[in-house]
Design a protein around this ligand. Structure first.
Ligand code: AMP
Length: 286
């Protein structure tokens, strides 16, 4: 049975004996409305750790004033039933977890891409992730590749603040047409759901045609998504996978393509790795 705890004191009391018995602790932070993407992270945590903790908290700090905090899907009973089936030991579902006044700043990595469109978003993420890592003290914490900028910032966060947790990245789980699973997909109408397939299709196309020219790939991505019916593009970028700085010209190493768009009122993001172009790493001929 998944034990549901709502306070840090109860969480620590439940974890202490298992930790003292030598179990590695795994944490999967979520905002609930769980889907198969979450389940993939949770399955890994259960398989790899002696104790698996899943937090469910819709973090108000990462939503802007005009964003969808109120409309964000919530279904705690269904979520806890799923956690039970997945063999999760502890669900941490705090009613209020936002710090009263202290916060963590994500820094420069948080100011580009999603951060440029959603000012303060990653400070909110960084603050709550730091507090969760402090509350749980996990050996490993699992994050999805889909939220690539978030993953990059969390890796930087644990390094910069010397938090002794290994960050484990998990690949994106997709619908058969390629749409990345997201809790927000629940808010799409049938027509919007069809239109939303354009994001992953454009990214797949970018990866398939990637020849190492970042400017060309960026322009093609933008062209495709600006022409996609029912899609209002926010950004499409080809960036350095570590610094997230936009790449220019022909690059030899890997690149990361990242897109954000509105489909109806729903904001969706997706990303794909563009692997080094073969011609740039051609083997020696002799
Ligand atoms: P969220 O509840 O949206 O905050 O997501 C919680 C965690 O699940 C984050 O680390 C996400 O990156 C990850 N996640 C969300 N969607 C997917 C997906 N489709 N595949 C894999 N991981 C995902």
């Amino acid at each position: 049975m998944t034990d549901v705890v709502r306070t840090v004191a109860a969480l620590r009391a439940a974890l202490a004996p298992r930790r003292h018995a030598g179990a590695a602790v795994g944490l999967v932070p979520t905002m609930g409305a769980l889907h198969a993407g979450h389940a993939a992270l949770i399955g890994r945590a259960v398989a790899e750790c002696g104790v698996a903790v899943v937090s469910i908290f819709v973090n108000p700090l990462q939503f802007g004033a005009d964003e969808d905090f109120d409309a964000y899907p919530r279904d705690l009973d269904t979520d806890v039933a799923l956690l039970d089936r997945l063999g999760v030991d502890l669900a941490f579902t705090p009613a209020d977890f936002a710090p009263r006044s202290v916060s963590v700043r994500a820094g420069a990595l948080g100011e580009v891409l999603e951060g440029a469109s959603r000012p303060g978003h990653f400070d909110g993420v960084a603050t709550i992730v730091t507090k969760l890592l402090n509350a749980v003290g996990p050996d490993r914490a699992y994050f999805g590749d889909k939220d690539y900028q978030q993953l990059t910032i969390v890796r930087r966060l644990v390094e910069d603040l010397a938090i002794p947790t290994r960050i484990v990245a998990c690949s994106t789980v997709r619908e058969p047409d390629g749409l990345a699973l997201s809790s927000r997909n629940a808010n799409l109408t049938a027509g919007e759901r069809e239109a939303a397939g354009a994001l992953s299709a454009a990214l797949r196309e970018a990866a398939a045609t990637w020849g190492g020219d970042a400017g060309e790939a960026r322009a093609a991505l933008r062209r495709t998504l600006e022409a996609a019916p029912g899609v209002r593009l926010d950004y499409a970028e080809v960036a350095d996978p570590e610094t997230l700085a936009p790449l220019e010209g022909v690059v030899e190493g890997p690149a990361q393509a990242l897109v954000a768009a509105y489909v109806g009122r729903t904001r969706l993001i997706d990303t794909i790795r563009l692997e080094p172009h073969l011609a740039a790493t051609a083997p020696d001929e002799d």
